[in-house]
Design a protein around this ligand. Structure first.
Ligand code: NDP
Length: 280
């Protein structure tokens, strides 16, 4: 079997077009503010891409750039000012933050109604308890990709590789909410290959280049590769050995061009959701 490629660029472009149409129908431009401390080069590219995509969708988007030596108190002041600003619907503080700033304290200071990254404990709790809230962008993007691939979720055996707060755990919660039978595997799992082999849906988010081998994939499975890993030779690869997995999976996302484009599209979607929920 040669797997169908799930084209994240195309799915993201369609989602962005739907978002632009929603924005065009609003009497205001939803406001997104990305706060960046220091100039980590990897996040620089990402922040610029976010700004461009947001502006193309008609959002009022801006990046607030702060110096590397910004204190935690100064950053909290910025967040509180954005919390109070009625024109701001979404606040995103770009991670990682410099060592003098506690990321958890900053994330918990963001108004949950404007927490478009979905990382606040209130939003994590809402997701865990099946209430409406803002959902982390990457796992939300994976759900859009599974829908676009036509993968049935109800009752399906889904395996999530990774249990981080930003990908693995919310991913598992979303799949469970969609009635999948969910297993979460991690670095202490005894038989990773065996657990993955049982998956009809495999979502890999471990951050380990090509750790998922071809023979870990069940024939016909849908494989979503969240990993983004830069190899010493400069190549970008996922957590899945793509060439080998493609010979067994039914459908698979490439890296790049799979989950990555969905994350930004879902950030825009969360901003419009937050605007509509807050402004009525
Ligand atoms: P974390 O490092 O926070 O979490 C990785 C998870 O994978 C942990 O739960 C860890 O287990 C597990 N893990 C790591 N190594 C192994 C191993 N050898 N065997 C089994 N489990 C393992 O990463 P993130 O969740 O933040 O990100 C995961 C990947 O997704 C990264 O490559 C990241 O770059 C990418 N990413 C991509 C995005 C996109 O837009 N496409 C957005 C966000 C992330 P344990 O908990 O036991 O340590």
């Amino acid at each position: 079997m040669t797997a169908r490629i799930i084209d994240g660029k195309a799915v993201a472009a369609a989602l962005r077009a739907r978002i632009a149409a929603r924005v065009a129908a609003l009497p205001y431009a939803p406001g997104l503010r990305v706060v960046r401390v220091g100039d980590d080069p990897a996040s620089g590219v990402y922040v610029r891409n976010k700004d461009r995509a947001a502006q193309q969708a008609g959002l009022d988007s801006a990046t607030i750039q702060l110096p590397e030596d910004t204190s935690e108190a100064a950053l909290l002041d910025v967040v509180r000012r954005l919390n109070a600003d009625p024109a701001v619907d979404g606040i995103l503080v770009q991670l990682p933050l410099p060592a003098q700033i506690r990321a958890a304290t900053v994330l918990e200071t963001i108004n949950p109604a404007k927490d478009v990254d979905g990382f606040h404990a209130v939003n994590a709790g809402r997701l865990a308890t099946g209430q409406k809230g803002l959902v982390p962008c990457t796992p939300k993007g994976v759900m859009h990709l599974l829908a676009a691939a036509g993968t049935p979720l109800a009752g399906a055996r889904a395996v999530v590789l990774g249990r981080s707060n930003i990908v693995g755990k919310p991913m598992a919660a979303l799949l469970l909410a969609a009635d999948a039978t969910v297993t979460v595997v991690h670095s202490r799992t005894l038989d990773l290959a065996g657990e993955c082999r049982r998956a009809q849906i495999l979502v890999a988010a471990a951050g380990r280049p090509e750790m998922v081998k071809g023979d870990w994939i069940a024939e016909g499975a849908t494989v979503i590769d969240v990993g983004i890993n830069r190899l010493p030779d400069g190549r970008l690869v996922g957590d899945v050995d793509f060439a080998a997995a493609r010979g067994r999976a039914g459908a698979i996302t490439p890296v790049p061009g799979g989950v990555g484009p969905m994350t930004i599209a879902c950030l825009l979607e969360n901003t419009v959701d937050a605007a509509e929920a807050r402004r009525g």
